[in-house]
Design a protein around this ligand. Structure first.
Ligand code: FAD
Length: 301
């Protein structure tokens, strides 16, 4: 059976960049969490396939990270390997209205690229942090749109290293869910189908949505955006506020005073503070309103 040192030798041969005992705080928007034993940044899908195959064959634990804007890492860190997709950053216009995009491309760069080519459909994503791969995994969305509206197909690698291409229908996108939350495939690249638009109108919508974010969201503090999914028929923020939890604090974690749907890191929060506050909010909202809140943020473990 292989081990981490052998994996490192493989990485050195393939030219993949890696770090040992990497602080995960630097890589996640909540700014909490311990170290990962090994942190990898492959730059193409060949390197990814080799890593997945090696870890699969040798039963080494492997986790995937995009922009880190929807995850928490425990304070004790990750005893295993984290593959960060940042290096998968190709972006190209395929024909009039289609864009192929590496999974590590930031949504902000993708949206700016679509605007540059007067392509409409991704305006909703302007202001959502993170990468394209993470956005597909979560079916990220805001205001009147989500990834499901614009996804044509995905390329991914299965845990045993096979490269496959699937259509949007195969990805089974639903409210903040996708098949990738079940199958542990690594998304490597994505094709979006957009519509021809008018530059000024696209720009105006993007500016409007960004202004609404700045007005309503506590963007000055580290967070992972909305902590909870929207329960059917309700708004999580309103339920939390009704339950008297606005401003509730555990250690350095707080239910934002500006937007109760966000848990924020006031500066010195630990992952444990945040996780305990999430549990408290879920429990008290259920006790007071009878509604179960489901956490949208994922624990990387
Ligand atoms: C201020 C703020 C505002 C936000 N606003 C919104 C919003 O309006 N709408 C919204 O939907 N979300 C929002 N979010 C949450 C977050 O930005 C999205 O969920 C985003 O799509 C996550 O992408 P990421 O690359 O950061 O994923 P990460 O946080 O890195 O990962 C999320 C999950 O996806 C998996 N993953 C990542 N990349 C891949 C890949 N290539 N292949 C397979 N699995 C992968 C990870 O393992 C993890 O389980 C917000 C977050 C913040 C901090």
């Amino acid at each position: 059976m292989g081990n981490q040192q052998e994996l490192i030798q493989h990485l050195e041969q393939s030219g993949c960049t890696y770090w040992e005992n990497e602080s995960m705080k630097e890589h996640i928007s909540f700014k909490v969490g311990g170290t990962a034993d090994l942190f990898l940044k492959p730059t193409d899908s060949e390197q990814c396939a080799a890593i997945l195959t090696y870890c699969h064959e040798n039963e080494l634990p492997l986790l995937y990270l995009g922009g880190g804007s929807n995850v928490i890492v425990h304070d004790f860190g990750i005893r295993g390997t984290v593959l960060c997709t940042n290096g998968l950053n190709d972006l190209e216009l395929l024909d009039g209205c289609r864009i192929r995009c590496g999974a590590g491309v930031k949504l902000s760069r993708l949206c700016a690229f679509a605007l540059e080519h007067s392509l409409s459909g991704l305006e909703f994503a302007w202001g959502i942090p993170g990468t394209t791969g993470g956005a597909v995994y979560m079916n990220a969305g805001a205001y009147d749109g989500c990834i499901k509206d614009v996804l044509e197909s995905c390329e991914h690698i299965t845990p045993d290293g096979q490269r496959q291409t699937v259509t949007a229908a195969d990805v089974k996108l639903g409210y903040r869910t996708s098949i990738y939350q079940k199958n542990n495939n690594l998304i490597t690249s994505v094709i979006f189908q957009l519509n021809p638009g008018v530059y000024e109108m696209i720009r105006e919508k993007m500016d409007d949505l960004m202004n609404r974010r700045r007005e309503k969201q506590p963007l000055e503090y580290p967070s992972a955006g909305s902590t909870f999914k929207r329960p059917e028929g309700y708004f999580a923020g309103a339920l939390i506020e009704q339950s008297g939890l606005k401003g509730a604090t555990i250690g350095g974690a707080q239910v934002s005073e500006k937007h109760a749907g966000f848990i924020i890191n006031k500066g010195d929060a630990t992952a444990s503070d945040i996780l305990r506050l999430i549990d408290k909010v879920k429990q008290e909202v259920f006790d007071k309103t009878g509604v179960h809140l489901e956490c949208e943020v994922r624990v990387l473990k």
